[in-house]
Design a protein around this ligand. Structure first.
Ligand code: G
Ligand code: G
Ligand code: MN
Ligand code: NA
Length: 254
């Protein structure tokens, strides 16, 4: 069977699952949000990571169906955790370029949020910097409407996309997520540390929050706190875990 037909079968048989990685508020130590990360539970090969199949989902157009499923599943999971008393819960869902460029995208977001009881506050969309800049004028329009609904927007992998400063200021985004490439080397590279520091100042001056991705060591966490980063995400705190394990994480960080 080709990868494509295996993937098609996996989509039909609901073998795709969402795992969640927490983002921790660096001041309070509490979980501020959960990033949904898709995985493929292949009966033959075990857990398959998205880099090996997201591009194929995009090429074949299957990403539309899968992306819609991920949005609905993540929001309904957030609502369920909230119903169990864990406080207002926000899930971040990664959005592909194919989805963002679809004419029905804004309508889909509205639908997902309304269907779960007007829970716009429970959803954040993650869009990579390079994607958002590609069709910037039309993307700004769409994201503005989405923000007006009360849904949050995060710019993912920030620092790798060659954005022009004038566009960053116009982005209707709540959050910048610093790419883990810079975080990885910040303890050993003065250059990477100054890039991280600059992104944090830029975000704050534009009234955005900053999340550092890929935090793996206490030293990185210490530097990020010193530089006034708002949130941290990475293996130091937790990898992405299956939905059933999220409650234990929420309890641990309550
Ligand atoms: O764990 P990690 O291997 O989960 O993720 C690798 C990449 O796959 C990341 O860049 C992430 O943004 C992307 N990704 C994970 N889940 C989704 C999803 O549901 N939709 C899209 N478009 N990308 C995703
Ligand atoms: O592009 P995006 O930021 O959505 O990708 C998230 C990816 O980063 C996922 O593949 C996730 O598993 C991975 N990831 C999360 N935390 C860490 C970390 O601390 N170190 C490394 N190397 N990867 C991480
Ligand atoms: Mn992401
Ligand atoms: Na990222």
């Amino acid at each position: 069977l080709s990868l494509e037909s295996k993937l098609r079968r996996a989509v039909e048989h609901e073998q795709l699952v969402l795992h969640y990685q927490p983002a921790i508020d660096i001041q309070t130590g509490r979980i501020n949000g959960l990033e949904a990360l898709i995985r493929w539970e292949d009966p033959d090969h075990g857990l398959v990571l998205p880099l090996s199949f997201i591009p194929l989902l995009e090429e074949t157009g299957m990403i539309m169906q899968v992306g819609e499923w991920a949005l609905k599943k993540a929001v309904s999971d957030a609502v369920a955790w909230q119903a169990k008393g864990f406080g207002p819960m926000k899930v971040a869902v990664n959005v592909s370029t194919v989805q963002l460029h679809d004419r029905g995208f804004v309508g889909l977001i509205e639908h997902v949020v309304k269907d779960n009881g007007d829970v716009a506050y429970a959803l954040e969309l993650e869009i990579t910097e390079s994607l958002v800049m590609k069709d910037i004028v039309s993307n700004i329009q769409k994201l503005r409407v989405i923000r007006q609904m009360g849904v949050s927007v995060a710019i993912d992998d920030f620092g790798t996309g060659y954005s022009s400063l004038s566009y960053i200021a116009k982005l209707p985004a709540n959050t910048l997520k610093i790419d883990r490439m810079f975080v990885m080397n910040m303890a050993s590279s003065a250059e990477d540390q100054s890039i991280v520091s600059t992104i944090i100042s830029l975000a704050h001056s534009l009234d955005m929050r900053v999340v550092a991705e890929g935090v793996e060591t206490d030293e990185q966490a210490r530097l990020l706190r010193m530089l006034k980063c708002d949130e941290v995400q990475g293996f130091l705190y937790s990898p992405a875990v299956p939905a059933q394990e999220v409650e234990a994480l929420l309890f641990e960080h309550r």
